[in-house]
Design a protein. Structure first.
Length: 232
């Protein structure tokens, strides 16, 4: 009986353990670490175990990572600046491991691309690996108190910054959203003008300006865009 060529199983970097990706995690996720000290990087390396489908990449490969893990004491202005610099060279989402997770500008962090966060005191290998996979798949996972802070900041932004200027969180003017809703209800330009107490010319100008800015082909495209974006 002939036997095919034998190959030695790959081992996990720095260990003699087989680097086998389990059936539960068929796709290997590459993560890179952004930290001010080697001990933090070593700590993250210790959380990544074989069979989890997660691989720690060298710092030089950070732009190729699926997720970038930043370790810091808190969400400081210095950390936000560093994340903005990293965003210029890489596009993956950020996960933060912080000593103090209650303090910081989480709205700014979300704008930069922070999609996950965890307190250093509460971290476990299982929680960390689940967090990485959740973020790599395009979802977000933030502590409840951070989510609450984000909701309060968004509400404040809408009420005190956007609304006084006739804008919405979607980037559309309030009257643009109103026109889109009426279009979606099947009203034509004349009916929209009557309902909004505008002239037909004003309604047409609103539509033209909005569609040009958003590169929308026609009114049906505009309504479809608004529905897919959750605007209406």
């Amino acid at each position: 009986m002939s036997v095919g060529p034998q190959t030695s199983p790959r081992t996990w970097p720095g260990t003699n353990r087989p680097a086998v990706v389990s059936e539960r995690y068929p796709r290997r996720i590459g993560i890179a670490v952004e930290a001010a000290d080697v001990f933090s990087r070593a700590g993250v390396a210790g959380l990544v175990g074989p069979g989890q489908g997660i691989q720690l990449l060298p710092t030089a490969q950070l732009p190729q990572a699926d997720v970038v893990v930043a370790v810091a004491p808190r969400l400081s202005g210095r950390l936000l600046h560093r994340l903005r610099v990293l965003r210029e060279v890489c596009k993956p989402p950020f996960v933060l491991i912080l000593d103090d997770i209650d303090d910081g500008d989480w709205l700014a962090a979300a704008e930069i691309g922070v999609a996950g966060a965890m307190s250093r005191a509460q971290i476990t290998p299982d929680h960390f690996n689940d967090l990485i996979r959740t973020v790599a798949e395009g979802d977000s996972q933030l502590p409840p108190r951070v989510q609450g802070q984000l909701l309060r900041e968004v509400a404040h932004l809408q009420q005190n910054v956007l609304a006084p200027r006739g804008l919405t969180a979607s980037g559309l003017e309030t009257r643009e959203v109103d026109v889109l809703r009426l279009l979606a209800d099947g009203l034509d330009t004349a009916e929209i003008a009557e309902r909004m107490k505008y002239s037909e010319r004003t309604v047409k100008n609103i539509l033209y300006t909005m569609m040009t800015r958003l590169n929308l082909r026609n009114r049906s495209h505009a309504v479809a865009y608004a529905m897919r974006s959750g605007i209406i």
